[in-house]
Design a protein around this ligand. Structure first.
Ligand SMILES: Nc1nc2c(ncn2[C@@H]2O[C@H](COP(=O)(O)OP(=O)(O)OP(=O)(O)O)[C@@H](O)[C@H]2O)c(=O)[nH]1
Ligand SMILES: [Mg+2]
Length: 303
């Protein structure tokens, strides 16, 4: 199975929902009526493209119609695709692990896929013969530490952990310090899920970031925010709030396989302009893809 076909299969919900509906209209060979434009606009909103992106797309369509560049519904479909691609291309900046150690702090709300994403990334890196360390700074539940241990074993990574309820900033400090002394290439610091509205927990994560920096002055080299695509526009609010507190440097958008509203990726790109590093399309190790705008658009749109 080709690479694109595989992603395309995983993204079939978005494909069957948004893009299929647009495509069904564009092969009908009917005129571009006001009703039709309204249908397109509603579909964009419904599919979580967000107001800003929807307005941008609708404006581009209108301009095309006025300049007689858009004459058919198929032209409308192609314009939507073009605007989406150009929006996504601006945030296509794959994470380059440039130096050792390279410390990645992983943050996000509960259950967004942080630990799983770490596991997948650890495997990718150990496969490339990198020395990887996982730091269990989610000390909130014993199960969280165990879950990370399983990923450490599976990916042949080192792990630094303490007991449940230990101070996450202290665990992070120890982990990064030990990574420096052991010549580790890539360090993933796992943190507990928290809501952006929980002030004390947001203060806590700020402290974790600071103590990582105390342990190694170039770290964290990346603050990776893990967002769950299935929660739609809420993901955008989370991105804004986490960014205010932590200066997020990259985003991993997980569970794209579980949503028919793939438009959220475009909304986040448009509004945040933070690099989208990875897209999660399933629970297995191979289900994490380096984000590529062209591949993404080609795999959700009907050719
Ligand atoms: N379908 C799908 N499931 C995913 C993806 N990424 C993670 N999951 C699942 O989401 C669930 C939560 O994942 P975790 O990695 O434990 O999430 P977390 O952010 O670490 O959760 P907390 O530590 O509790 O905050 C698990 O069942 C994962 O298998 C994805 O891309 N697609
Ligand atoms: Mg976790």
């Amino acid at each position: 199975m080709s690479f694109l076909k595989k992603i395309s299969d995983k993204l079939h919900k978005t494909k069957d929902g948004f893009t299929h509906k647009i495509h069904e209209e564009s092969i009908k060979d009917e005129p571009i009526s006001d009703d039709y434009l309204e249908f397109v606009e509603e579909l964009l909103i419904e599919s979580d493209f967000g107001v800003k992106t929807t307005v941008k797309i609708m404006d581009a369509i209108e301009e095309g119609i006025n300049k007689s560049l858009i004459k058919t519904r198929r032209d409308v479909e192609m314009k939507i695709r073009e605007v989406i691609l150009s929006t996504l291309e601006k945030v296509e900046k794959p994470l380059e692990i440039r130096e050792s150690p390279f410390v990645i702090l992983i943050v996000g709300i509960n259950g967004s896929g942080k630990t799983t994403t770490i596991g997948k990334l650890a495997s990718i890196n150990t496969d490339k013969m990198k020395k990887v360390m996982l730091v269990a700074a989610d000390t909130f539940r014993a199960a969280a530490i165990e879950q990370l241990e399983i990923w450490a074993k599976r990916s042949a990574s080192l792990i630094v952990k303490q007991q449940e309820n230990a101070d996450p900033a202290a665990v992070a400090f120890d982990g990064v310090q030990s990574a420096v002394s052991k010549n580790v290439d890539v360090v993933f610091v796992d943190t507990a899920g928290r809501l952006h509205t929980q002030r004390n927990l947001m203060e806590e994560i700020k402290k974790v970031k600071k103590s990582i920096n105390k342990a190694y002055n170039k770290a964290p080299n990346e603050v990776l925010l893990v967002l769950d695509a299935t929660i739609g526009q809420n993901a955008l609010n989370q991105a804004k709030e986490f960014n205010k507190v932590l200066d997020v440097t990259g985003i991993a958008l997980t569970k794209m396989d579980g949503t028919a509203k793939g438009g959220i990726i475009v909304a986040i790109s448009e509004e945040m302009q933070i690099p989208i590093r990875y897209v999660g399309i399933g629970e297995q190790i191979e289900d994490l893809k380096v984000f590529n705008a062209k591949d993404f658009v080609e795999s959700v749109f009907v050719p």
